[in-house]
Design a protein around this ligand. Structure first.
Ligand SMILES: CC(C)(COP(=O)(O)OP(=O)(O)OC[C@H]1O[C@@H](n2cnc3c(N)ncnc32)[C@H](O)[C@@H]1OP(=O)(O)O)[C@@H](O)C(=O)NCCC(=O)NCCS
Length: 158
């Protein structure tokens, strides 16, 4: 996939149903029992609050990826990457990396660091974040699901 085929832009209300529809097909989020109506409500709240919400389009696939950062979402001080995702049939083509680079550039304007949580079993995403310069700095046992530890990843942006 040529990098210039990926268009990055701010999320608009029209994107929300599209995103919510494919999010419920992602195995990771199925394990967290995500429903489309919940996903849509979370995006609407985030949009109203002024969170960082970026979307990726490919020529034949509008809104095929997104990144959501909460300003001050980590310790009232740093940006917290709440969620990032790419439509499953388009994973592994650089859309996620482009979204994360873009979110980091925006976040660097308001925060010196970025924090995120990743499930202990999600080794693909852990590799993705490590390659993007994130370090595993701690873990929260059974934080969201009783049988899953959430790993804290951190990157200094500036
Ligand atoms: C993790 C994710 C955002 C990466 O975006 P992407 O566009 O697939 O990633 P890129 O093409 O930029 O980078 C490729 C790397 O992403 C990771 N990756 C690829 N497919 C993946 C998948 N289905 N699930 C998780 N990670 C994946 C791998 O580390 C891959 O590196 P590899 O080639 O060494 O295996 C995306 O795959 C995804 O949405 N996964 C499901 C949801 C998720 O795990 N979100 C992150 C935790 S909240």
């Amino acid at each position: 996939m040529p990098m210039n085929a990926i268009n990055l832009r701010r999320l608009t209300p029209d994107d929300i149903p599209l995103l919510a529809d494919w999010m419920v097909t992602v195995p990771l989020w199925q394990r967290y029992n995500l429903r489309a109506d919940q996903a849509a409500a979370q995006f609407e709240t985030a949009l109203r609050r002024g969170d960082i919400l970026q979307v990726a389009d490919l020529p034949e696939a509008p809104a095929c990826g997104f990144a959501w950062g909460m300003i001050g979402g980590a310790f009232g001080r740093s940006v917290y990457l709440r969620l990032i995702g790419v439509r499953p049939d388009l994973a592994g083509h650089g859309v996620g990396a482009a979204l994360l680079d873009n979110l980091e550039q925006i976040a660097a304007g308001v925060s010196s660091d970025l924090f995120l949580l990743v499930s202990d079993f999600n080794s693909d995403a852990q590799r993705f974040y490590r390659r993007q310069g994130y370090e595993h700095i701690g873990s929260i046992p059974a934080y969201v699901l009783p049988d899953v530890n959430e790993l804290i990843f951190w990157k200094r942006l500036r």
